[in-house]
Design a protein around this ligand. Structure first.
Ligand SMILES: [Zn+2]
Ligand SMILES: [Zn+2]
Length: 275
């Protein structure tokens, strides 16, 4: 059972490591998003918001061969999630999975990569990873989050959402590993450098989750099944990793949860988690 080994702390793993499932947020911030998920048979990226060169460099950093990638999954068409997708997919000749509507929102320059479309809300498999997509409230054409199941483990990936409706809380039940957005500190956003229209957009129900909303979710919605919680997609201008850590840790402590908490810092690669 995966749960029996869930207490393992994440560590940098290299080639030949016997991890069953390996997860690494290569980047998670408003400047670029890409998460690597691998089993012994299947290796995918969820989003490709870094350049090809940087993506390959970060994969090599955790001992992974970029050439071994099988597919790329896309959550939505914003540049911080798709900036590198074309070049990576074309270079490796691997398919890009994205929702039917999102596919129409991306303009490919030159020959497009192989595209596999799905209906937002549907489930499908890539190798031995089962993927379930779910609609998220965000100002893109058809944005989705994902839960992935592999080797008895359930992984939740939910960034870029204005709020956490019951439907998403439902999808995140039973998750063992959760990458959740904690985008901005409300006070920092209010006094920060963005024009008012952008502030309104970020704060709206189709914008991004604040530290305050995440704290509330930890207190009343986070499933106790979550052994590892990674908070990501931090704004570089309107948040600070230490504030995110403090606010979330207080909420976890209030719940009496010993969930492992990791904050993905903007510009830095998060650790590789192996289970
Ligand atoms: Zn984003
Ligand atoms: Zn977005």
């Amino acid at each position: 059972m995966w749960r029996a080994i869930a207490v393992l702390r994440p560590h940098a793993v290299g080639k030949g490591d016997s991890a069953i499932v390996k997860i690494c947020p290569l980047a998670s911030s408003s400047a670029g998003n890409s998460t690597y998920v691998a089993t012994s048979r299947t290796r995918i990226l969820v989003d490709a918001g870094l350049s090809r060169t940087e993506t390959f460099r970060r994969l090599a950093e955790i001992g992974e061969d970029p050439e071994a990638l099988d597919a790329i999954l896309i959550t939505h068409e914003h540049n911080d999630h798709v900036m590198g997708v074309h070049r990576i997919a074309r270079k490796l000749d691997i398919p890009v999975y994205l929702s039917r509507l999102t596919a129409t929102a991306i303009v490919w320059e030159g020959e497009p990569p192989a595209i596999e479309t799905f209906q937002a809300g549907s489930s499908f498999s890539i190798g031995d990873i089962e993927i379930n997509s779910f609609t998220i409230p965000h100002d893109a054409i058809d944005p989705v989050g994902f839960t992935l199941r592999a080797e008895g483990m359930k992984i939740g990936l939910a960034t870029d959402l204005g709020y956490l409706p019951e439907s998403i809380r439902h999808h995140l039940r039973g998750v063992d590993f959760l990458l959740l957005e904690s985008n901005h500190d409300l006070e920092m956003l209010k006094v920060g450098p963005y024009p008012w229209s952008v502030k309104q957009r970020v704060m709206s129900r189709r914008g991004h989750l604040s530290n305050e909303v995440v704290s509330k979710f930890i207190e009343d919605g986070l499933d106790a099944s979550v052994a590892t919680l990674v908070l990501g997609h931090l704004s570089e201008h309107n948040n600070h990793p230490e504030i995110v850590r403090l606010v979330a840790q207080q909420a976890l402590s209030a719940r009496g949860l010993s969930t492992q908490l990791v904050v993905a810092e903007p510009g830095k690669q998060a650790p590789a988690f192996s289970f």
